[in-house]
Design a protein around this ligand. Structure first.
Ligand code: SAH
Length: 337
């Protein structure tokens, strides 16, 4: 097992099981996440025999960064995992600090037509330690601390529920990486049963829904998952989620030229969202070499934005990052496989 994959609770259980006091778990957490010690033998306030036992039971391995692409405010990292699979993460520099977009799976099975990640099917889920490792490896590489995490990289996080939740617990824990729950965002294409589960998750993280179309017909065309979890049912689930958690939900909407970016779509979207505690993040599409979709023009994006505003829907247009590098979700990896 990898030590980076254990929540504090699990580590406490481990110590209890080997007949030790559970506060040792906190000491270990402090070594790995606060002092960033990478060798168990250097956990100096822990008895030698316990360190030996830990070394027998655990590995401490971070994913290896094999490529780093740099643009003005954004960098992409390609990682090689221990089974040689590749994943990527993106670092963004905002005025308010550094945020990282992490991957949750190797590939993705959701099959969204516009998405580069979905072109390559899911190979496997990421283990918790491989998600924690993306953050630790980037921090080590750049020698700076990350203050926000978005789970919006390759993969569908709610299709890897348990590992992703444990990842969130570890990065959020005050004795761990200590990223506040309000600084953690999980993005999903709309896996209804898992959104329901998430509404009972004790940490108040942000939820983002990749909507991308205002009606079933169009959504099913570009997002096959809509056939399993249709739009109206997803919206009902989101309403329940908001009621239960009292949290505002982000609605992501990629603007695809002449597909979902017309005034009529904006009006339909406004109607769909009316009265809900949501805000819409309009995403200028990142074109890729392999996929036929095009980015909407600036004036169409503006008109869409203004239509939503006029309808009193909270809306922002996502800033574009990394135009000079392989910015589209999954693009760096897909060049390598
Ligand atoms: N599976 C999750 C999280 C990963 S995708 C989800 O669907 O939300 C993260 C976001 O990036 C989604 O909103 C996705 O639709 C969007 N995305 C995918 N490819 C993109 C591209 N080429 N340009 C802009 N956004 C893209």
């Amino acid at each position: 097992m990898n030590l980076y994959g254990l929540t504090l609770e699990k580590l406490e259980k481990y110590f209890e099981n080997i007949g030790e006091k559970k506060f040792k778990a906190t000491q270990v957490f402090e070594w790995i996440y606060q002092k960033r010690e990478e060798k168990i033998e250097n956990f100096s306030n822990i008895k030698k025999e316990i360190r030996n036992r830990l070394e027998e039971d655990f590995k401490m391995e971070l994913p290896e960064i094999i490529k780093r692409e740099t643009d003005v405010l954004v960098e992409k990292f390609l990682f090689c995992l221990s089974d040689s699979e590749k994943i990527e993460a993106v670092l963004m520099r905002h005025d308010y600090g550094l945020s990282v977009c992490v991957s949750s799976q190797v590939g993705c099975n959701m099959g969204c037509k516009f998405c580069e990640s979905g072109r390559l099917k899911k190979v496997r889920n990421l283990e918790t330690y491989e998600m924690v490792g993306q953050i630790l490896a980037i921090e080590k590489e750049i020698k700076e601390r990350i203050s926000r995490v978005v789970i919006m990289g390759i993969g569908e996080p709610l299709d890897n529920y348990e590992n992703v939740m444990n990842f969130i617990k570890i990065i959020n824990h005050p004795k761990g990486i200590a990223i506040g729950s309000r600084h953690i965002t999980l993005s999903t294409c709309g896996i209804i049963p898992k959104i329901k589960l998430l509404s009972d998750f004790p940490l108040q993280i942000n939820l983002a829904l990749s909507l991308h179309a205002p009606n079933d017909e169009l959504r099913s065309k570009i997002m096959p998952i809509n056939k399993a979890y249709p739009l109206m049912e997803v919206m009902e689930t989101i309403k329940e989620y908001i009621k239960k958690t009292n949290r505002r939900v982000t609605i992501e909407y990629i603007l695809l030229k002449e597909i979902n970016d017309q005034m009529s779509h904006a009006k339909e979207l406004a109607k769909l969202l009316k009265g809900m505690n949501v805000y819409v993040n309009l995403i200028p599409y990142n074109e890729t070499n392999h996929i036929e979709f095009k980015k909407s023009t600036k004036s169409t994006i503006n008109a869409f934005y203004e239509t939503l505003q006029k309808e009193k829907i909270n809306v922002t247009v996502r800033r574009e990052f990394g135009k000079n590098i392989s910015a589209a979700c999954g693009q760096l990896r897909s060049k390598e496989v």
